[in-house]
Design a protein around this ligand. Structure first.
Ligand SMILES: *[C@@H]1O[C@H](CO)[C@@H](O)[C@H](O)[C@H]1NC(C)=O
Ligand SMILES: *[C@@H]1O[C@H](CO)[C@@H](O)[C@H](O)[C@H]1NC(C)=O
Ligand SMILES: *[C@@H]1O[C@H](CO)[C@@H](O)[C@H](O)[C@H]1NC(C)=O
Ligand SMILES: *[C@@H]1O[C@H](CO)[C@@H](O)[C@H](O)[C@H]1NC(C)=O
Ligand SMILES: *[C@@H]1O[C@H](CO)[C@@H](O)[C@H](O)[C@H]1NC(C)=O
Ligand SMILES: *[C@@H]1O[C@H](CO)[C@@H](O)[C@H](O)[C@H]1NC(C)=O
Ligand SMILES: *[C@@H]1O[C@H](CO)[C@@H](O)[C@H](O)[C@H]1NC(C)=O
Length: 369
């Protein structure tokens, strides 16, 4: 039945032969030109751009772009373990090391502005070992390392995304703020991991809640609500951050957290990275649609924001002081594994940007302490 239908459709198009997908020049019909929203610009170089490489045979795992076509290890080559120092392997990929003096495999990074307690900081999650590393962007040195105990970071844990709130008066913290990390373990027990940035104490919340299976996360501008989403589903969730901060000393902490998860409905595709702006919009990177959508808490809806055929597998975005959202595109579908062994990616990779609506800008209220 399907075949018959297909054949007759093909016949029609061959007989009339005037309009094909490849040539829409002569049509009187409205044509989808592939774009929606504000114009997308290609940016080669702005401020400092950091890149991360999940460890395989790459010489380094954290890099900084130095010009349009080159990058170098960051903070230094010495602080990125060379491949010959990696001495275990996972699915054929060299991984792990007994040498704890340098980075193994950085999966996620996040930048926070300077405040009275900290310099401008690049935070890096090193999935090669259970650590959160703080690197000063002022002197390019690692100045703090938080390590997670085995009761918080499981052997199959995979830390995937991170956000911060430095308010000194946050409930259930000791004065230097908090980090919220997503453990997106594929095989095991995904959930949130929190770190008290003063004491270094860490704890878990929402472990194996159906809503957190492989998450990405983002905070509201006031830090009161955490938005998150499992990577391989289309639903956006949130939870009051108070529930994530509540410690295990409260026997109801986990039950109340599960009970306080809100679903904001489906967005129409998987999301691969979140970012917020000063207006409270929650941008969601949509690899299947080559697009970015945003959730607006004021109407409870996810809206299309920008679509452009250039947005091939966006993975990581940041709203800057200049009112633009910058996004990294990794061209994942064109890597050899997904593309008949042929590397079809365009080099060098690019960063794209466009203006966010409503004069939105970077969220700062969480960091100025
Ligand atoms: C694509 O179509 C949209 C909607 O009609 C229009 O606003 C936009 O200017 C077009 N873009 C280009 C590059 O032609
Ligand atoms: C970029 O930097 C590399 C390494 O320093 C250098 O070889 C190359 O010429 C530079 N390219 C441009 C376009 O400046
Ligand atoms: C650890 O790695 C660093 C950076 O490559 C290297 O300088 C150092 O010698 C290594 N330490 C050991 C014990 O192998
Ligand atoms: C890995 O390297 C560390 C130090 O570089 C060493 O102590 C350890 O024995 C090595 N492990 C294996 C499995 O080779
Ligand atoms: C770099 O800055 C950090 C944080 O301000 C400080 O703790 C550290 O001592 C500095 N390191 C170097 C090598 O200057
Ligand atoms: C915490 O401090 C912030 C900023 O100083 C203030 O706006 C907020 O009301 C304080 N919250 C509490 C619970 O004291
Ligand atoms: C759910 O969150 C709200 C807002 O923070 C809070 O007032 C309420 O006590 C929480 N409920 C539970 C069961 O934790």
């Amino acid at each position: 039945m399907t075949n018959t239908l297909l054949c007759s459709l093909l016949t029609i198009s061959l007989v009339t032969g005037q309009v094909t997908f490849q040539n829409s020049a002569g049509t009187r019909l409205r044509v989808d030109n592939g774009t929606h929203g504000p114009p997308m610009e290609e940016v080669h170089y702005y401020g400092r751009i950091f890149t991360t490489y999940t460890r395989g045979s790459y010489d380094y795992t954290l890099g900084v772009v130095i010009n349009e076509t080159a990058e170098e290890p960051y903070p230094s080559a010495e602080l990125n373990l060379p491949p010959n120092q990696l001495n275990t392997s996972w699915k054929g990929i060299p991984f792990g090391s007994g040498n704890d003096s340098a980075l193994i495999s950085v999966q996620a990074i996040y930048m926070t502005s300077s405040n009275s307690q900290r310099p401008e900081t690049l935070w890096a999650i090193d999935t090669g070992r259970p650590t959160l590393v703080a690197i000063s962007l002022a002197n390019n040195s690692i100045y703090q390392i938080y390590t997670f105990p085995a009761s918080v970071h499981y052997p199959d844990s995979y830390l995937n995304d991170l956000r911060f709130d430095f308010k000194p008066n946050l409930s259930d913290t000791s004065g230097a703020g908090i980090a919220y990390l997503v453990d997106s373990s594929n095989e095991g027990r995904p959930g949130f991991i929190m770190v008290d940035l003063d004491t270094g104490e860490s704890w878990r919340r929402l472990t194996q809640d159906a809503s957190v299976l492989r998450g990405e996360n983002d905070l509201s501008p006031d830090g009161e609500r955490m938005y998150y989403s499992p990577l391989s589903t289309s639903t956006l969730y949130s939870i009051p951050t108070r529930n994530l901060r509540t410690r295990d000393s409260n026997p109801l902490a986990e039950i109340e957290a599960h009970a306080n998860v809100s679903s904001h409905g489906q967005r129409g595709g998987n999301a691969n990275g979140f970012e917020g702006d000063s207006n409270g919009l929650v941008y969601q990177l949509m690899p299947e649609q080559n697009a970015v959508y945003y959730f607006d808490p004021s109407d409870g809806l996810t809206h299309p924001f920008v679509r452009d055929p250039m947005i091939i597998w966006p993975d990581g975005a940041s709203v800057a002081d200049d009112g633009y959202i910058y996004m990294n595109i990794n061209q994942l579908p064109y890597q050899p594994d997904w593309n008949d062994e042929i590397d079809g990616r365009a080099y060098p990779g690019a960063v794209l940007r466009c203006k966010v609506p409503g004069d939105g800008t970077k969220i700062t209220g969480l960091y100025d302490y």
